[in-house]
Design a protein around this ligand. Structure first.
Ligand code: AMP
Length: 112
């Protein structure tokens, strides 16, 4: 089981803030913004680079879940950033696809 599968199965504690049939959203343990949560599929795709056309519906569901959870967190009007880190140069550290949602402060661009 991956770390995030263990969180989804409640084998590791996390602050879960929203959940659907196929996904879970929980607060990042090392937040990089006043609001920072992850949206994770319960079924493990290691990273976006390994997603296929058969994952298209799930990927859409994850993006919609990120937006609905951002609204739930009060970010709908002020805005937020969605990030997916992929592979070594992308900064990925947990090999289970996850969408970062960050908000509550202005974001800089480029991210560096
Ligand atoms: P990434 O670097 O894109 O792979 O993101 C992995 C994220 O998972 C990081 O922002 C970590 O802080 C976060 N993380 C790692 N372990 C946990 C955990 N047990 N609960 C919540 N977030 C975690």
């Amino acid at each position: 089981m991956t770390l995030f599968e263990k969180i989804a199965a409640r084998k590791i504690p996390a602050e879960i803030i929203a959940e659907g049939t196929e996904w879970i959203a929980f607060r990042d343990i090392a937040p990089q913004a006043p609001v920072h949560f992850l949206v994770v599929p319960k079924h493990c795709i290691p990273r976006i680079n390994e997603a296929t056309a058969s994952d298209a519906e799930l990927l859409g569901t994850l993006l919609a879940a990120a937006a609905s959870t951002a609204r739930q967190e009060g970010l709908g009007d002020s805005g937020y950033r969605i990030v997916i880190n992929n592979g070594t140069d992308g900064g990925e550290t947990v090999p289970h696809l996850h969408i970062h949602v960050l908000g509550g402060r202005p974001m800089k661009w480029p991210p560096g």
